[in-house]
Design a protein around this ligand. Structure first.
Ligand code: ADP
Length: 314
């Protein structure tokens, strides 16, 4: 569906994209994660045919974006960063204009426009100019132009950026609903988004891919994976008691909220043993949780581990 091979993009001395290769299959929602300036937007612009690579190649449904740009773009919808241009146009005129560009006509045109308005609840602002819309609605108009021709492949650059929590929830729901019959790449720096919409995540920093895994696979790399956290009035006593369990490697007390976390030895689940200990020792525990792993910590570790040798080499 989407394939990049050793994609590079240099701006003078800056290597915005530095040898990026990946394939995305039908039905996958790939999260493109990385700190600001990682090269996410640049990679997406190249796939969408808005920017020529310095080296390597990208293709959409087997069509190379440089040598067969028309065929590649036909099956692709692209939501760029920020708001759509053409601020002085009304929503209706803008979507009509996009329908023209996409060559939609007759019944199909009407059906596609109706379906898009419906999905993004744009009916109420049809006659309003884009520049007078709230940020959330402008983002929806951007999404509308991306999905109007019902493309097989969607490239969405920070689709929930600037939206309030309710709007974020709506857009994520929309992406999930479209995921069944499309291939979607979504860039984000919001880690909770990975859980909400992605089946797979690529972590990118300094133009290079540093991890390519499922969200659960990434969480399993966290030192918190399968750790057990609890809240108790006497954290010090709980720490001492938990540390005596055979399969517990280490116990920590969080300085901020006084939560006690017991970390297992590798591959040795401890939840049942901790629960049993609480019962037999009569530990007063108000909260007990099995941790899945913390994406924010994995993200930080992966993206900053890369920075150290690069900085040192300068
Ligand atoms: P991200 O989307 O992950 O935040 P970008 O792809 O926008 O990252 O940018 C990657 C790097 O390329 C950054 O260092 C950025 O400053 C640089 N860059 C992006 N666009 C340009 C440009 N037009 N000219 C020069 N440098 C650019």
């Amino acid at each position: 569906m989407i394939e990049t091979r050793n994609l590079t993009k240099h701006y003078g001395a800056i290597r915005a994209v530095d040898g990026v290769s990946f394939r995305v299959e039908p039905g996958q929602v790939l999260g493109f994660l990385g700190p600001n300036g990682a090269g996410k937007s640049t990679t997406m612009k190249i796939i969408a045919g808005f920017l020529a690579p310095t080296g390597g190649s990208a293709s959409v449904l087997g069509h190379d974006v440089e040598t067969e740009p028309v065929a590649a773009r036909r099956s692709l919808g692209y939501l760029p960063e920020g708001a759509p241009s053409y601020g002085e146009m009304t929503v209706g005129a803008f979507l009509d204009f996009i329908a023209d560009i996409r060559g939609l006509a007759g019944d199909e045109r009407r059906r596609r426009i109706d379906d898009t308005i419906d999905r993004l609840t744009l009916g109420g602002v049809w006659n309003q100019t884009i520049e007078t819309l709230s940020k959330g609605f402008r983002r929806r108009v951007g999404l509308a132009q991306a999905i109007l021709h019902d493309p097989k492949v969607l490239i969405l650059d920070e689709p929930t950026d600037g939206l309030d929590p309710n709007q974020k929830h709506e857009v994520r729901g929309l992406i999930n609903a479209m995921a069944k019959d499309k291939t979607i790449v979504v860039s984000t720096h919001i880690l909770e988004e990975v859980h909400a919409v992605c089946t797979r995540a690529i972590i990118i920093a300094r133009g290079r891919i540093l991890a390519d895994d499922t969200p659960a696979g990434l969480e399993a790399r966290s030192r918190f994976h399968q750790a057990v956290s609890l809240t108790t009035p006497n954290p010090l006593y709980a720490k001492e008691t938990l540390a005596r369990l055979e399969d517990v490697a280490k116990v920590e007390i969080d300085a901020q909220d006084q939560r006690v976390t017991a970390f297992p030895k590798p591959g040795r689940p401890i939840f049942a043993a901790v629960a049993e200990l609480i019962r037999t020792q009569g530990l007063p525990v108000s909260e007990l949780a099995l941790e899945r792993g913390r994406l924010d910590e994995v993200f930080r570790e992966i993206t900053t581990a890369d920075a150290a040798p690069a900085e040192a080499a300068r």
